[in-house]
Every structure is written in structure tokens, then in C-alpha cells.
Design a protein. Structure first.
Length: 58
């Protein structure tokens, strides 16, 4: 698999892959929350970034 075939956190801007630690760290940093808070948000509202962001803004 070439590096062009790999999906990076920056490419997938609609959903959070909560099972990938690099992606999780990317989104936790971007949303300025802890890893645990991000995981809880995903458990509550799913993996869509817009839903997670709205949940965290409450």
C-alpha cells in the first residue's frame, strides 16, 4: 500500500475513527478536549464530527 492510499486524520473530516489512536489524538487536540471526553462524546452521539462538536459545545 502506498502512502497515497492511506487515510490521514486530516483527510476524513466527517467522521472520527475512535479506534485509531492517532486519529483520536488529532480530533481531541483539534476540539480541545481530553481523549476520555472525546470517547464519551462519540458514545453519546456517534462518530460524525459535526455531532461530536455540537455535543461538546453544550
Amino acid at each position: 500500500m502506498s502512502s497515497a492510499d492511506q487515510i490521514t486524520p486530516a483527510r476524513n473530516t466527517t467522521h472520527i475513527d475512535i479506534h485509531d489512536s492517532t486519529t483520536r489524538k488529532h480530533w481531541a487536540d483539534l476540539l480541545q478536549v481530553s481523549d476520555e471526553r472525546l470517547r464519551k462524546a462519540v458514545r453519546m452521539v456517534g462518530t460524525r464530527v459535526s455531532s461530536v462538536s455540537a455535543y461538546l459545545a453544550k
